[in-house]
Ligand binder design. Structure first.
Ligand code: AKB
Length: 314
């Protein structure tokens, strides 16, 4: 059976890259990109694109009806920092958007659904180093507890409705093709743009704040590998831990300095994102992803930094 893949939230940091990758793999006409606004990316045109707000269930159902998607990727979400500015809106979009998609996926017999979770599901009482798959989870951001509740819904739909839903707890994602919007880990993308444009950057996180991060190539590959894995290999239907690479702003700056010796980093005095970062893991244990669907990272800090600078330089 030929695939029809619906990507909801196609204009975002992950969505943009995912659409391009899925089109490369399955062909342009097999991948319907959708978002609340038209895409600004030159390669994501009006063709095979639908305007939709995931909270508008009637309109969303029309799209399910029209395309009968075999796979759905739901990426529309409000991230951690923006979520703290608009808590109710973040809860509404992150939760009801997911419930609309899960419901319609059951109704239209969608074969597989992907939904991203995040390291934000962990909280101040979770172990901060090598954070295990299962442990105390007390997220204190709206984004974090919407993701944790979403994980519970995903597992529930798998158990109650047999829906083949798969998920990853992404670390902070770093890529050059698309920008992040409203996250706590955004500094690790902004720093590259500022380093190339101005040779300096003021980090909103402190020098020693270690967070798990991942290069976008690895994140997209992890997503596609998870979605391609045989269903019986997927034992976690909430969301898999994904480790990535852990580093601090200071370590990232030192790596950038190897390529741009005049680059200087400074640190903001107070930023609300610091408290969010301080409640998240410093590093993650992703043994189960490695064991169950052979996950392995390709890019370390040095390789990621070199590739980012090379591509952004143009
Ligand atoms: C954020 O910073 O909010 C996101 C995330 C880690 O989920 N990048």
């Amino acid at each position: 059976m030929s695939e029809k893949i619906l990507v909801i939230g196609a204009n975002g940091q992950i969505g943009t890259e995912l659409v391009l990758n899925l089109r490369g793999k399955y062909g342009a006409e097999a991948v319907i990109a959708s978002d609340i606004h038209p895409s600004k990316h030159p390669l994501i045109t009006e063709e095979h694109f639908e305007l939709v707000n995931v909270l508008d269930k009637v309109l969303l159902e029309n799209i399910f009806e029209k395309y009968q998607p075999t796979q759905v990727y739901l990426l529309a979400a409000i991230l951690s920092a923006t979520g703290e500015k608009h808590p109710q809106m973040a809860w509404d979009l992150n939760m009801n958007g997911l419930l609309n998609v899960l419901d319609l996926a059951v109704k239209y017999k969608t074969q597989k659904v992907f939904w991203p979770s995040s390291i934000a599901v962990f909280g101040p009482n979770s172990p901060r180093d090598n954070t295990p798959q299962y442990c105390t989870m007390d997220p204190n951001t709206v984004y974090g507890f919407s993701k944790l509740a979403g994980e519970r819904w995903c597992e529930y739909y798998f158990i109650k409705h047999g829906l083949d839903v798969r998920s990853l707890r992404y670390p902070g994602l770093i890529g050059w093709k698309s920008d992040p919007g409203g996250g706590t880990t955004d500094y690790a993308v902004n720093i590259f743009h500022e380093a190339l444009a101005n040779n300096k950057y003021e980090s909103f996180l402190s020098a020693g704040t270690a967070l798990p991060m991942m290069y976008m190539d690895d994140a997209i590959r992890a997503t596609l590998e998870l979605m391609d894995a045989p269903a019986d290999k997927i034992t976690i239907r909430s969301s898999y831990n994904l480790a990535g690479i852990s580093f601090t702003p200071e370590q990232l700056a030192a790596e950038i300095k190897k390529h741009l010796p005049d680059f200087e980093i400074s640190y903001a005095e107070h930023d609300p994102r610091q408290a969010i970062a301080d409640s998240w893991p410093r590093s993650i244990d992703d043994t189960q992803a490695a064991q169950e669907w052979n996950w392995k990272i390709n890019y370390d800090l040095a390789a990621m930094t070199a590739d980012m600078l090379e591509n952004l330089k143009g």
